[in-house]
Design a protein around this ligand. Structure first.
Ligand code: BGC
Length: 253
């Protein structure tokens, strides 16, 4: 039965919204309207699970479909292990089991950047590309996904590399540009430092930049002076949904 699964549900839990959609696994297109509800204040597991359940109800999809849920934390075997920009209640929390109970359905729980990276390699900017591909999302934090010949190496957490004595995401995430009111040029210098460090460590074949600011890539992409090809992500808002759905379906097959 499993290889015949054509659709899966993806839910992306972010700082401001919880978004869901039903994904065509062949094309990576949404086959329903996207449902988006605001993330509850404080971001505690109970409240998030309640809203996630509402998103699923509003999607009104076949309950037999695989469900993937992504979240901005390290996720090891279904357990969330970090909380850089979310409630500390998620540290050491059996998230996958908790959501399965809350929703009454098996799910896959995965890191948000890993989901986005997988979506870009399966359906988006890096479709058909082989080698060492690294996606970074530049938002409140920096998320990272490392995909080698189509295989995801989960939880790389390269936003937390220490560079010049700083947690990298505190200097180079898009939130740092906004917080410190940096020009594109100044911010791009920080990105040059950041991506040069990744280059030295991983010698990737391709960098993909995701997160909302990738839509302004034309304004700053050329200002990042590195040797490796750097391209914007194809999916702005839906990458997490697509990747979580695809990974859930893959796990089931
Ligand atoms: C978290 C990562 C997450 C990234 C993007 C970082 O602060 O540690 O797990 O992928 O933010 O949301």
């Amino acid at each position: 039965m499993t290889t015949q699964v054509k659709h899966a549900i993806g839910i992306d839990i972010g700082g401001t919204g919880i978004k869901g959609g039903v994904v065509d696994l062949e094309t990576g297109q949404l086959v329903t309207d996207r449902v988006k509800l605001p993330t509850p204040e404080g971001g505690k597991p109970d409240d998030i699970a309640e809203v996630t359940k509402k998103v699923l109800e509003q999607l009104d999809a076949d309950p037999g479909l695989p469900v993937g849920i992504d979240f901005p934390a390290v996720v090891r075997h279904g357990k969330t292990m970090s909380a850089a920009n979310v409630s500390k209640k998620w540290i050491g929390f059996e998230a996958e089991k908790f959501f399965e109970q809350a929703i009454g359905h098996p799910i896959l729980f995965v890191n948000d950047a890993d989901a986005a990276g997988y979506a870009e390699t399966e359906y988006g900017a890096a479709k058909g590309r082989q080698g060492v591909i690294m996606l970074t999302t530049l938002g409140t934090g920096i998320g990272s996904a490392l995909i080698v010949d189509g295989m995801l190496v989960p939880n790389t957490e390269l936003g937390h590399l220490e560079i010049d004595g700083h947690d990298a995401e505190k200097r180079a995430a898009y939130s740092a540009k906004e917080r410190e009111d940096l020009s594109w040029e100044k911010w791009a210098k920080r990105l040059t430092t950041y991506y040069s460090t990744l280059e030295k460590l991983f010698s990737p074949d391709l960098f993909i930049v995701g997160g909302g600011v990738s839509k302004n890539f034309a304004e700053w992409g050329d200002l990042v002076k590195i040797d490796t090809e750097l391209i914007p992500a194809q999916f702005l808002n839906n990458a997490g949904i697509l990747g979580a759905a695809a990974l859930a379906a893959k796990q089931r097959s």
